[in-house]
Design a protein around this ligand. Structure first.
Ligand code: B1M
Length: 211
């Protein structure tokens, strides 16, 4: 019988096929999908990041780990969405221009969907202009911006400014990602910040006054 530790090891080592076997086994044995995330998948990516920082692994290894994590997410997402609430609010989400990281952003999108939001995911490397077009088209209550790179934090600031300058003063802008802090959110005029996907749900609901 596989354990959470086995799943963590499989993601660290980028073993997508193992992940495909372990995740359903764990779910069938009664492990909560949120526990798979919190106790295996997210810690696995943190270890990969630490190893990358220490030059113990390189981009190809990060990539295979990311693929293994995505494989796990593809199996878990339907479970997270089982609440089946019909959408009352619309959210747009994307990773800002210059940044290709999408695992955390996808997780926030999944959690928002699970809370009953209709989520339009613009993907990665999204220029401010594309956010503006999507706001005009979908009229969301919330826009979520994600970035993992310190070098793309200025793109986040530019996107917030572009949204405000275009006169969208009512749309709530929530930001997140590893280098992001509350003080950065305050500095660039975002309405909220959350450090993880779970609190992104709480912040979204509080910001909309539906908590
Ligand atoms: Co990159 N990478 N990477 N990488 N990568 C980091 C981010 C890094 C911290 C690694 C390190 O040095 N320790 C470092 C950034 C350093 C910095 O800027 N301070 C880094 C680097 C340097 C790079 C490259 C520049 C490497 C290179 O080419 N030399 C390059 C940049 C490419 C680009 O984007 N232009 C690069 C590339 C890649 C891969 C493509 C190989 C791959 C990404 C694959 C993919 O996403 N599809 C990758 C990966 C996998 C990582 C690490 C290892 C893992 C990221 C991840 O998925 N974490 C990462 C190290 C780390 O994070 N410890 C690293 C798991 C995920 C669940 O967490 O995304 O943080 P996270 O999301 C969390 C919260 O941040 C928050 O909630 C999520 C869930 O709880 N959150 C939000 C995120 N967005 C939010 C939005 C919200 C609210 C909360 O509201 C809207």
């Amino acid at each position: 019988m596989s354990t959470l530790e086995d799943l963590k090891t499989a993601v660290i080592n980028g073993k997508r096929k193992d992940v495909k076997v372990i995740v359903p086994e764990l779910l069938e044995s009664g492990v909560e999908p949120t526990s798979l995330l919190q106790d295996a998948l997210i810690p696995a990516m943190a270890i990969v990041g630490e190893r990358f920082k220490n030059n113990e692994v390189f981009v190809p290894e990060m990539l295979v780990s990311a693929r293994a994590m995505k494989q796990a997410m593809a199996i878990i997402e339907p479970k997270l969405l089982e609440a089946g609430i019909s959408p009352e609010y619309t959210a747009i989400i994307g990773t800002v221009e210059g940044d290709l990281h999408d695992i955390g952003k996808n997780l926030v999108a999944t959690m928002w969907k699970g809370t009953g939001f209709d989520v339009i995911d613009l993907g990665v490397n999204v220029p401010a202009a594309k956010f503006l077009e999507a706001i005009d088209e979908y009229k969301p209550q919330i826009v979520g911006l994600s970035t993992l790179l310190t070098t793309t934090m200025p793109a986040m600031k530019e996107t917030v400014a572009a949204i405000r300058n275009a006169g969208h003063s009512k749309v709530m802008i929530l930001i997140g990602g590893a280098p992001i802090t509350q003080s950065y959110a305050d500095e660039i005029g975002a309405d909220g910040f959350s450090k993880d996907a779970g609190s992104a749900v709480d912040i979204a609901k509080t910001t909309l006054g539906i908590a």
